[in-house]
Write a protein that binds this ligand. Structure first.
Ligand SMILES: [Zn+2]
Length: 136
């Protein structure tokens, strides 16, 4: 399944479109921001500009991260490993790929990973929050 031409071109088209969208967003947002900061400098106090900057940075970081995942997925399509689980090397379920095209884990490996992450977080919370964890 993962090596059929139809399968590969379907996801390649999807990733190319997402890439374009993200790169286009970046340009538009940058342009708008330059105008907005000149206009609003007098009305906004420094701290609200700071907060807005941080929010934009966070959003931007997330987009950059997503873009990186898309690039990696495109590389995997080129290498013929797209759609294979990075852990058990089985085919990732098509439904899962359609919902999360940049995923590199099949459902069962993802569940295993999430379980171990959750255990780790719970253990950490237990230590740092002390008795508060009883009411969580
Ligand atoms: Zn797996």
């Amino acid at each position: 399944m993962t090596n059929s031409l139809e399968f590969k071109s379907k996801f390649k088209t999807l990733f190319d479109a997402e890439k374009k969208r993200l790169l286009f967003n970046g340009r538009v947002e940058g342009g708008q921001y330059a105008i907005a900061s000149d206009d609003m400098m007098d009305e906004m106090d420094f701290s609200s500009i700071e907060i807005e900057n941080q929010m934009r940075m966070r959003l931007r970081n997330r987009e950059v991260l997503y873009l990186k995942k898309i690039e990696e997925a495109l590389e995997r399509i080129g290498a013929g490993t797209f759609g294979l689980c990075g852990t058990c090397e089985e085919d990732i379920e098509l439904k899962r790929l359609e919902a999360r095209p940049t995923t590199t884990l099949c459902v069962s490996c993802k569940e295993t990973e999430e379980r171990s992450e959750k255990l780790h977080i719970d253990g950490h919370q237990h230590k740092s929050l002390g008795r508060a964890v009883k009411f969580a």
